[in-house]
Design a protein around this ligand. Structure first.
Ligand SMILES: NC(=O)c1ccc[n+]([C@@H]2O[C@H](COP(=O)([O-])OP(=O)(O)OC[C@H]3O[C@@H](n4cnc5c(N)ncnc54)[C@H](O)[C@@H]3O)[C@@H](O)[C@H]2O)c1
Length: 322
């Protein structure tokens, strides 16, 4: 029997990960989440509501910045900690850099301390493509030392990786940082472009486009992100790794709008605004390391992934009306 602690388990990636693990009776899952109000906490409650009925699932409402009150509810032993809880979003971090540091660096350190205390053997950390920042050596490779973050959020994620290296080295546990590249699909956060645009197009409201729409992102379908995390959970050939989990196919924002219009059968009204500071022009993952170490192979193309997202979105809308 494996005991796994998943922080941020009520969020987009966390709840999708739990969905993929929960039917395995050999895995016990503890989900720690504070249901912060970055977006509507009811969405998070809805994400995990079916898991609450399962015998191998425990929900603990608590904050990674203060583990003391929740520790007594924890299991005595965790075989792995998958740390996904964070203050998310690149642009919002510019308005609240101190808050992002407290949660994403302070909270991560609390969990690393906890891993040390309970002699946990494996720690998986949700890092981000944003840490590469304005590095122009594309595609981005993990061993490139030219780390040039341009947002407080990105700086907190690279700091989490560095702390992970320290703890893994001193206390002899495995630390794997997965650098996710723009995850999308069912349950995607409402602040992210694909979700936001879909809602606005269907409501007939204008979509705000920052810059000329030529910025590119390496959009990665949620099932591929989850397969990367699941493989990292099984991987035990080395003590410290940083691995890109992307799609290796950057796509322009204008193309995303075009594909969404097609999937929704509705034209988007566009409102142009200048580029936002903190936003990078291009993200592009080299995924050879993920392939080699984890057997990772993204296999949902963008138009299929967007169709799946749109079907989920429409279904959610129908359920919300009832
Ligand atoms: N979605 C992406 O494209 C993407 C890309 C790169 C990295 N990431 C990282 O992956 C992780 C999951 O992202 P997501 O998109 O699922 O975001 P999300 O906001 O849906 O999930 C994060 C969860 O963490 C919880 N949380 C926040 N602060 C907390 C705290 N102090 N204590 C306990 N729980 C807390 C939130 O309530 C939320 O449920 C994050 O660490 C994020 O930085 C995501």
């Amino acid at each position: 029997m494996k005991n796994i602690l998943i922080t941020g388990g009520a969020g987009f990636i966390g709840s999708s990960l739990i969905g993929s693990l929960i039917e395995n009776p050999d895995i016990n899952i503890t989900c720690l989440d504070n249901f912060d109000n970055f977006y509507d906490p009811r969405i998070k409650k809805n994400n995990i509501k079916t898991y609450l009925k399962k015998n191998n699932f425990i929900l603990i409402k608590g904050d990674i910045c203060n583990l003391r009150p929740v520790k007594r509810k924890f299991s005595k032993r965790y075989d792995a900690i998958i740390h996904l809880a964070a203050k998310v979003g690149v642009i919002p971090s510019i308005k609240d850099p101190v808050g992002y540091t407290e949660v994403n660096i302070g909270g991560t350190q609390n969990l690393l301390e906890f891993a040390k205390e309970i002699r946990c053997k494996k720690f998986i950390f949700a890092s981000s493509s944003s840490i590469y920042g304005v590095n122009s050596n594309f595609p981005w490779r993990e061993y490139d030392r030219n780390i040039l973050p341009i947002s407080p959020y990105a700086a907190t994620k690279i700091s989490g990786e560095l702390l992970g290296h320290v703890y893994s080295h001193l206390y002899n546990f495995q630390f794997v940082a997965l650098r996710f590249f723009t995850a999308y699909g069912p349950r995607q956060r409402p602040d992210l472009a694909i979700h936001k645009f879909t809602k606005l197009i269907l409501e007939g409201k204008p979509v705000t486009l920052y810059g000329d729409g030529k910025t590119k992102r390496d959009y990665t379908y949620i099932d591929d992100i989850i397969s990367g995390i699941s493989s990292a959970l099984k991987y035990d050939n080395s003590k410290f790794e940083i691995i890109n989990i992307g799609n290796n196919q950057p796509v322009e924002l204008n193309e995303i709008i075009f594909l969404l219009e097609k999937a929704l059968r509705k034209k988007a009204a566009i409102r142009g605004l200048p580029e936002q500071p903190g936003d990078v022009p291009l993200t592009f993952a080299d995924i050879r390391k993920a392939k080699k170490l984890l057997g990772y192979e993204p296999n949902t193309n963008l138009s299929t992934g967007l169709q799946k997202f749109v079907s989920w979105f429409r279904q959610q809308n129908e359920e919300n009306k009832q």
